[in-house]
Design a protein around this ligand. Structure first.
Ligand code: NAP
Length: 517
């Protein structure tokens, strides 16, 4: 198996929404495993975004008028196409990002889960529902959900199909149009994802993918959209939030993480050690919810560490388009530099490398060994800063209380993992953690895959949630329609005027006896 042929990338590049007049420069995308060119995409401009938004507004008006079930049906057809073309999607993802096959599969499964949950849940969640009116009998009240209009999506490179097209799914089902900007390093993943949506029957203008730099295309999207969904670094997220704030449009974001795993005595150490390898090194650690800090109770620290290191050493690092490797490549020179810098900084200040610690140019230009450190202290960069690479530190702790305190000692709050003596003990620890998702007896995948539950970050890890009802309803404007019947708030003709206000107050006081008040 190998990367798709050049013709595939040519076909995909033609799907980029580059519709303003004039010539465009092109950006060549290289196969991460080898550095060889795969193909090129046109570099979009702010005029392309303006055209895409104009067209999206026209298409959205017609789309929003269709019943939710019809919109959901398009997404159900899309899901079937994703299943049918899963190998192709994984090939594109691997070629562009250099991730291992199973990590590409996780991304494709994420698309399938999102398509299924939102297409099934949306008709119920978006249907108008009755609520008690201010005054019983006199007021009939219902909440309806209007779409926002044009949703902007700015996506990163690490899960480039899921975080662009996957995030478009709830926005589209909620009746919006979408203008999406993929990361400049990974436009083909988004284009391969959108190709199948068009084939499933989504009107072309309803979802435009405009490749190009964040400072140009991203800026134009923020200035023109009605709501922004962003995934990326906390720093960029903060800047985008400010701009959305100035425009008074809604914003949600999933940002960085410095995620902890807690292992207590009594936990199944064999399972914990094996699962920790996936939790720390999935997509070579370039996953916002992957684990970078391991807090292990003293009594089991030596045994856990031995098992964990054995499992890390057994993990197969390499470039392959099949399931024969466990860990793939980093995506860029910048990522390789950052990981190398964190390791060099920690070791120069006294941290010990238990395994890994070096780049592997023999495997490909951007490979770095899965690396485990011990003796990491506050003054080392990797103590607090997100590495976003295959680097994890083990910290022995004296008690569960210390583990929880240390796990929460971060500005981030995205994901956490707990391995304890029992499921209920794990759940008790989970309740004390400052993290948007917590996995008991796993690392991250079940929380990510549970699309019926909200997913997102506390602290500087994000604003708002994807998945779950919140992940759909954020793309809507709730509208409350309250109908007044029989009498309005003026006194009836024969009612004494000076008794009317005390009468209303008496009713208001009595309302507490009615259900729902
Ligand atoms: P980044 O620099 O924030 O870039 C993410 C996206 O934002 C890219 O499409 C980028 O465009 C765009 N962008 C950058 N500057 C912009 C600006 N001024 N205006 C508008 N758009 C702009 O993120 P990164 O460093 O490449 O990605 C890694 C980070 O993302 C990590 O910190 C990681 O934790 C976080 N992340 C979080 C999640 C999550 O779900 N929580 C998922 C993935 C990644 P260009 O690069 O094309 O210019």
């Amino acid at each position: 198996m190998s990367a798709p042929e050049a013709g595939v990338f040519e076909r995909l590049s033609a799907l980029a929404a580059i519709d303003a007049p004039g010539d465009r420069q092109r950006k060549t995308i290289a196969e991460t495993f080898t550095g060889k060119p795969l193909g090129s995409v046109p570099i979009g401009t702010s005029e392309d975004v303006a055209v895409a938004i104009d067209k999206a507004r026209v298409a959205q008006a017609e789309w929003a008028a269709r019943p939710v079930t019809e919109r959901a049906a398009v997404v159900q057809r899309y899901r079937a196409l994703v299943v049918e073309h899963r190998h192709f999607l994984m090939d594109v993802l691997q070629a562009e990002t250099g991730k291992a096959r199973w990590a590409a599969q996780e991304e494709v499964m994420g698309l399938m889960f999102a398509a299924r949950y939102f297409s099934e849940a949306a008709p119920r969640l978006l249907s108008p529902h009755k609520v008690p009116g201010a005054f019983p009998v006199l007021n009939r009240a219902a909440v309806r959900y209007q779409s926002k209009g044009v949703v902007g999506i700015i996506a990163p490179w690490n899960y480039p199909m899921l975080l662009s097209i996957g995030d478009s799914i709830p926005a589209l089902i909620a009746g919006n149009a979408v203008v999406a900007k993929p990361d400049s390093q990974t436009p083909f993943a988004a284009l391969a994802g959108v190709e199948l949506l068009y084939r499933a029957g989504l009107p072309r203008d309803l979802l435009a993918v405009v490749p190009g730099p964040g400072t140009v295309v991203g800026t134009a999207i923020v200035e023109g959209c009605d709501y922004l969904m962003f995934t990326g670094s906390s720093e960029t997220g903060r800047g985008l939030a400010e701009r959305c704030g100035r425009r008074l449009i809604g914003f949600s974001a999933e940002l960085g993480g410095k995620n902890p795993m807690i292992v207590t005595k009594g936990a199944d150490l064999n399972k914990a050690a094996k699962a920790a390898v996936r939790a720390c090194f999935s997509n070579a650690g370039q996953l916002c919810i992957s684990i970078e800090r391991l807090y292990v109770e003293q009594e089991v620290e030596a045994e856990f560490t031995e098992k964990f290191i054995a499992a890390v050493n057994a993990a197969r690092l390499g470039a392959s388009y099949d399931y024969s490797t466990d860990i793939g490549s980093l995506i860029s020179e910048a990522q390789l530099e950052k990981v190398s810098k964190h390791v060099a900084d920690a070791t120069s200040k006294g941290a010990k490398v238990l395994t890994g610690g070096a780049s592997r140019p023999d495997l490909g230009p951007l490979f770095f060994e899965p690396t485990v450190l011990t003796g990491v202290t506050e003054e080392m960069e990797c103590f607090r800063d997100e590495t976003f690479g295959p680097l994890v530190s083990i910290y022995p702790v004296d008690s569960i209380e210390e583990a929880v305190r240390s796990a929460n000692d971060t500005d981030y709050g995205l994901n956490a993992s707990v391995w304890a003596a029992s499921k209920s003990a794990g759940e008790r620890i989970a309740a004390q953690l400052h993290a948007g998702t917590v996995c008991v007896d796993e690392g991250y995948a079940p929380a990510w895959g549970t699309t019926a539950a909200p997913m997102g970050g506390m602290g500087i890890s994000g604003v708002g949630r994807r998945h779950g009802p919140q992940g759909l309803l954020k793309y809507t404007e709730p509208q409350s329609v309250v109908v007044t019947r029989y009498l309005n708030l003026d006194p009836p003709r024969l009612f004494p005027r000076d008794l009317w206000q005390p009468f209303l107050m008496a009713i208001a006081r009595g309302l507490r006896h009615l259900p729902g008040r």
